[in-house]
Design a protein around this ligand. Structure first.
Ligand SMILES: [Zn+2]
Ligand SMILES: [Zn+2]
Length: 150
């Protein structure tokens, strides 16, 4: 979704609600597709004393694969993001989002935010015991006999 921010940049106090669904089902993380369902983006863009800020919450039912035991599990994904949006970069603040010609590509921004928010290590639970490196048994479910002979 492209959002036209021309009016918002010009009118102090103006705001725009965001409420839409974005398909990220093709997004791939370690060969898995964690977002089979559309992500729900709800938020607001406001012009407060000339500073345009975007606040949004992205939520969906995500499908992760545990890095340790390779089990697939579902998680209620919900993250909040906030950005300052400018028409042009002035100075060196790389944290600002540039809306060229006052048009903001929200899909791209949501995708970037979501990708950066994902943990580098995904575990089904904090103390996941993983797979036995010898026989491949899922040690959360079963105790294999490998340890006994070593
Ligand atoms: Zn696990
Ligand atoms: Zn084993």
């Amino acid at each position: 979704m492209i959002i036209d921010l021309r009016q918002l940049f010009d009118v102090i106090g103006d705001h725009k609600r965001i409420d839409y669904k974005l398909d990220l089902s093709e997004y791939t993380l370690d060969q898995n597709k964690p977002f089979p369902h559309p992500v729900h983006v709800v938020g607001e863009i406001t012009n407060q004393v000339g500073i345009v800020t975007l606040q949004m919450t992205v939520s969906t039912l995500a499908n992760f694969v545990c890095d340790r035991c390779l089990d697939e599990f579902q998680v209620d994904y919900e993250e909040e993001f906030e950005h300052i949006i400018v028409r042009k970069l002035t100075g060196q603040n790389d944290d600002y989002i540039v809306a060229e010609n006052a048009r903001l590509d929200l899909d791209e921004l949501v995708l970037n935010d979501v990708a950066l928010s994902l943990p580098t290590k995904i575990l089904c639970k904090e103390d996941c015991k993983g797979l036995c490196c010898n026989c491949g048994a899922n040690l959360n479910i079963t105790e294999c006999k490998c340890g006994e002979f070593q």
